[in-house]
Design a protein around this ligand. Structure first.
Ligand code: BGC
Length: 347
């Protein structure tokens, strides 16, 4: 009797154990095989190299607009956290680390030092979080390290050729428009962006090349690096106006903010509006105001709405675990170059 009871107890325990195992197995199967419910919200971390850069602030505003429109179109809630590295790569690395540790779904990075992207890339790769770089292009070797890395920017050669052609057209129409003193040479000064930025070197090279190819006789008086900044450009221009009195006919600038700095100095020196021609690149709202006022001779505007739409839409699609939207055509599966147009006071 005792033996039977023991056997019965043993049998019962085994059956209960088998049942428990079966239930655990089913639960486990469902956990691994069930399709997760579609996401109803996404979190995107945006890291800016410098929040007070005029061009970058316009991209930021366009990104915020796009995020709002996207929420309305899709009903998906977007949390977009935007941080400013204030020109410090270490600060930016920590900001990105924080986004990663908080489990953000995608990152948009305007990197401070374009040659130092590998730290951010390594961390994002480990966590499986895609990165859309913009405006400051990481080196190719880094961009090729993972398929979930993208770059959005404006083609620097195209900006420069458009800028150069504004001047070529003006010279062809009326050489005295640029060669004010009629000595057969257009005497220019050059204001360049950060030396480490891909846009500075290429813009300078192709702007000058386009002028030469277009038959504009050129004489370079001097040039300087003003790091995209209005105040630095203004200081250079003030110095050059006193070093080369009455000689400067043209100021070629790698961006609009530096063009505005040059204009500030021209105004301080009481040189009549338009006597020295100044050209920029970006088509920022302040730049366009100067164009309308006749202070800026020409600029090249990048389509910021499209710029921001592409950055945001790629990040959002990847955040949802989808591929890049079909209407966005990428070069080499990674690069998008935003459309640009030349603007002059006449248009
Ligand atoms: C823009 C500049 C801006 C810089 C920042 C350039 O492409 O033309 O205005 O300051 O990017 O990275």
């Amino acid at each position: 009797m005792e033996v039977n009871k023991k056997r019965w107890l043993c049998g019962g325990t085994a059956a209960a154990l088998a049942l428990a195992l079966a239930v655990a197995g089913i639960v486990c199967w469902f956990r691994t095989n069930r399709v997760p419910p579609p996401k109803t919200s996404i979190r995107i971390g945006v890291a800016l190299y410098r929040g007070d850069d005029t061009f970058i602030s316009t991209v930021r505003a366009a990104l915020e607009e796009r995020a709002k429109a996207y929420e309305q179109e899709t009903g998906i809630k977007v949390v977009m956290d935007i941080v400013d590295a204030k020109l410090n790569q270490n600060t930016q690395n920590s900001q990105v680390e924080r986004f990663i540790s908080l489990g953000y779904d995608a990152l948009c990075v305007n990197i401070v030092d374009r040659s130092a992207a590998s730290i951010i890339i390594d961390k994002a790769m480990d966590a499986g979080i895609p990165v859309v770089f913009f405006n400051r292009e990481p080196v190719e070797e880094d961009m090729n390290r993972w398929e979930k890395l993208y770059y959005i920017g404006a083609d620097a050669k195209e900006s420069a050729v458009l800028q150069g052609n504004i001047l070529v057209d003006a010279y062809k129409k009326d050489p005295s428009c640029l060669d004010r003193n009629g000595d057969g040479m257009v005497s220019y000064v050059l204001l360049e962006g950060e030396s480490s930025h891909q846009d500075s070197l290429i813009r300078t090279e192709w702007s000058i090349q386009t002028l030469k190819d277009g038959g504009v006789p050129l004489e370079k008086l001097t040039g300087g690096i003003a790091n995209w900044e209005r105040s630095q450009a203004s200081a250079w221009m003030e110095q050059w106006i006193s070093e080369y009195p009455e000689q400067i006919e043209l100021v070629i600038c790698n961006n609009d903010d530096m063009a505005l700095g040059a204009i500030d100095a021209i105004k301080r020196a009481n040189i009549p509006r338009g006597a020295i021609k100044v050209v920029g690149i970006d088509g920022t709202p302040v730049g366009k105001e100067a164009l309308a006022a006749g202070d800026l001779f020409g600029t090249v505007e990048s389509d910021r709405e499209q710029y921001a739409r592409v950055i945001f839409d790629i990040a959002a699609a990847l955040a949802l675990g989808k591929g890049v939207p079909e209407d966005i055509h990428l070069d080499g599966g990674k690069y998008y170059r935003c459309p640009q147009i030349a603007l002059t006071g006449e248009k």
